[in-house]
Write a protein that binds this ligand. Structure first.
Ligand code: 48H
Ligand code: FE2
Length: 259
């Protein structure tokens, strides 16, 4: 068979545009494809919701690839082990209540499960703003990460959705946008983003789960972003809280969409 570069080019453009057009109207838009965003995306897609994840980087997986200090193993506590089993990530028992998993297997399996469940992942796309009507978030403002990195003045495009999840990790990028544009409006005790505190694994894991919630009408926080929004400590390379937070945010959103 003779190969034609023009067909290859057209195939890629047609398929990508079709995928992006499908994402113009979503049930749930997830910002960040780290562990919490990927679990949420997988569970919401499995529940039949129209979900897309927008990820700034070329690769998905956020901070999970590198395990702890580049030792590419993650630790997961007893409470979250069922999520590893459910996803199909092989967990190794370490000692009472502690399991480990290969970081590369964890990211790749979670990504595969999420995409195959029907979540669309757009990598190299950055979320730079939200749509509001007037006091509810109902969409995302997107640009190519390459445009952002080059510092070009290029206007963005936008997608509509019923609910947004800020799963951007330590940076809480969507929450920061809301804080800047509607000061004092977050559902934190002060109305402001509290910021992340120093390491205390046990407290951090508990608070990550507790603080996974709707922080502004139409905007949920999950994973490290929940912690940094509500002032919880960091936990280091234990990932159970991230997985459980992704699971909790999916459940809360399903309850909201059903009511
Ligand atoms: C598009 C964006 C944008 C944007 C950021 O950091 P993550 O892995 O997030 P979580 O919360 O799922 O997991 C946190 C975990 O990896 C971690 O850091 C832990 C447990 N730390 C403990 C400690 O003590 O340090 O992933 C977030 C993703 C990344 O891939 C970013 O590139 C992406 O979000 N992202 N994508 N638009 N504006 N901002
Ligand atoms: Fe981190």
């Amino acid at each position: 068979m003779a190969l034609d570069e023009r067909i290859i080019t057209r195939a890629i453009m047609d398929r990508y545009i079709a995928k992006l057009k499908e994402a113009i109207d979503l049930d749930v838009a997830i910002v960040g494809a780290g562990p919490s965003g990927l679990v949420a995306g997988m569970l919401l897609a499995e529940a039949g919701k129209k979900v897309a994840l927008f990820e700034r980087k070329l690769s998905v997986g956020g901070g999970m690839w590198g395990g702890g200090m580049l030792f590419n193993e993650i630790v997961v506590q007893e409470e979250a082990k069922t999520i590893l089993d459910q996803v199909g990530i092989r967990a190794q028992h370490y000692t009472d209540g502690y399991y480990t998993a290969d970081a590369v297997e964890s990211v790749s399996t979670l990504t595969s499960r999420s995409v195959k469940a029907g979540a669309r992942i757009f990598n190299c796309v950055s979320v730079e703003d939200v749509m509001m009507r007037p006091e509810r978030i109902m969409g995302l403002v997107l640009n190519w990460s390459a445009v952002e990195m080059a510092g070009l003045h290029v206007d963005p495009l936008a997608v509509r959705c019923q609910v947004v999840v800020d799963a951007t990790g330590h940076d809480t990028e969507v929450v920061k946008v809301v804080e800047r544009k509607v000061p004092g409006s977050l559902s934190t005790p002060s109305g402001k983003r509290a910021g992340e505190r120093s390491m205390w694994a046990e407290e951090a894991e508990r608070l990550t789960l507790e603080n996974t919630c709707q922080v502004y009408p139409g905007l949920y926080v999950a994973g490290m972003a929940a912690n940094a929004t509500f002032g919880g400590p960091r936990m280091g390379p234990i990932f159970g809280g991230m997985l459980l937070s992704g699971q909790k945010v999916a459940r809360l959103i399903l309850e909201q969409l059903q009511s």
